[in-house]
Design a protein around this ligand. Sequence first.
Ligand code: KG4
Length: 338
Amino acid sequence: MNILGIESSCDETAAAVVRDGREILSNEIFSQADMHALYGGVVPEIASRNHITVISRLAGEAVRKAGLEKGDIDAIAVTAAPGLIGALLVGVNFAKGAALALGVPLIPVHHVRGHIAANYLAFPELEPPFLCLAISGGNTAIVDVRGYTDMSIIGATHDDAAGECFDKAARVLGLPYPGGLPLQNLAEGGDDRAFPLPHAKIDGHPYDMSFSGLKTAVINVIHNAQQKGETLDRAGLAASFQRAVSETLVPRTMDAARALGYDTVVVAGGVAANKRIRADFEAACRAENKRLFVPPLKLCGDNGAMIACQGYYEYLSGVTAGQELNAYATMDIDKAVF
Ligand code: KG4
């Protein structure tokens, strides 16, 4: 079954063709990051307007590069939640038109389920159940993945997502948007104990997280140095920040895996590209003899292949939508009903 996956939830327009859920035939991504960098973050209207200008061309390219004709597409999968509403609507509307024109099923996909599915594309042997940490620009959650379409949230952030926190910390450090990779690069060689930064805990919710205090602490360190006219150890601050984020994410995920009896840990989403977090998970999983799956860098960020992959499993479980399909800015991963 050839599924065309469409993704437009934020600032990447993406279209891909995946065969039988696991084999990537094409994976076209148009990143608008440069256009938003000027403003230090994603401007929703600019995102929507750019999606609408490139999405048809990108989908056509995805079919062509897959070596297929339009008539070979068996279904259209599309991110319908969560994300920027105007941006999502572009993808959903395009997918509806394509499904109608081709006479094939339309499959709505939850964006974060897609991030988790990126691992199925990279690792043929991976199957649920497992514990997953989903860390992206808009979402941060520890998810009990019982089946391809059966999952529940064990813990989540109470405020900023991990990626959002990286982007905001990077911004005050004077780094370009999106800030995750530049901050990681700045942290290379920095002393990760240079600055004591907070590791917030939520009383009574051992798997939940909070990043807003960490973000404020980074801002305060920078302002204090500016006020005193001191030269800031920027590399040390970036390294200390990464340590604080990793020490928030990794132990909670490992605790949850132990509590639920999972021997497989999966990491997903844009922030899964982070070297420090990957290294800390590798060490933690090695120490506890757990299997660890983290997607290759090219599948960590937003892409259409992950949507087509998850779309395949949604379709197998009976999920399709009609022409009345809407998009939703927020939606829990365990209540993905369209
Ligand atoms: O998954 P993604 O592409 O989009 C969402 O679904 O939100 O994630 C984007 C996020 C951004 O916040 C970006 O700064 C972060 O992933 N990111 C990183 C790295 N590469 C991307 N964060 C930390 N370290 C990285 N190497």
